[in-house]
Design a protein around this ligand. Structure first.
Ligand code: HEC
Length: 173
């Protein structure tokens, strides 16, 4: 009788160990999956707040472009493109250490898409001044494509539609 408690205790110990191990393994797996999905930006709160502000400004700009283009308001298109190109907020408000953080944390692919996006915004502004509606539409489309490209790679947690993968990619496999 005196000894009978021990195996049970040991069994409980083992169960506990196994449980801890399982949780640890699951957590590790989730992190690995996140890494594969590319959700690895892990920006500090300060930068994230600025970035979100900027994103919402860009969104407003894009929304206003729909009607500026539809109505041939070249001046407004040119101005909006210019503003987006020169980043409303981020560039002006970052502290030195935040700049450094961005430099460390942003993956190459992110920078590449970001650079292209700003280039398209500049081009949009340029072709608006030429009153070339076809090219205006083209660069608007290229900008919108860049939003989706970046979000589908780096912002899947927020834009869950991109978690399911891209139908277009599925077909080409
Ligand atoms: C190079 C990458 C990149 C491009 C290009 C980009 N975004 Fe984003 N966007 C992000 C990231 C990263 C976040 C998440 C920010 C966070 O939560 O810290 C985000 C978040 C957002 C949000 C949510 C902001 C919030 O308040 O949570 C909106 C809206 C948005 N983007 C709109 C756009 C639009 C519209 C475009 C294109 C015209 C665009 N973005 C282009 C990277 C990008």
């Amino acid at each position: 009788m005196l000894l009978s408690g021990k195996p049970i205790e040991r069994e409980n110990e083992m169960k506990k160990t196994l449980y801890v191990f399982l949780v640890w393994a699951m957590f590790g797996a989730a992190q690995a999956a996140d890494h594969e999905k590319g959700n690895t930006l892990a920006l500090s709160e300060g930068i994230s707040t600025l970035l979100k502000q900027e994103m919402n400004e860009i969104k407003k700009g894009m929304e206003s472009l729909v009607f500026s283009i539809a109505s041939g308001d070249w001046e407004k298109i040119a101005k909006t493109g210019h503003n987006i190109k020169h980043s409303y907020i981020m560039k002006n408000k970052l502290t030195e250490s935040q700049r450094h953080e961005l430099h460390e944390k942003l993956p190459k692919q992110f920078r590449k898409i970001d650079k292209k996006f700003h280039y398209y915004a500049g081009m949009l502004s340029h072709v608006a001044k030429e009153r070339d509606v076809e090219l205006v539409n083209y660069y608007f489309y290229k900008m919108n494509e860049s939003c989706a490209a970046c979000h589908s790679m780096f912002v899947k947690d927020r834009f869950e539609g991109f978690k399911k993968g891209n139908r277009h990619e599925e077909h080409s496999h």
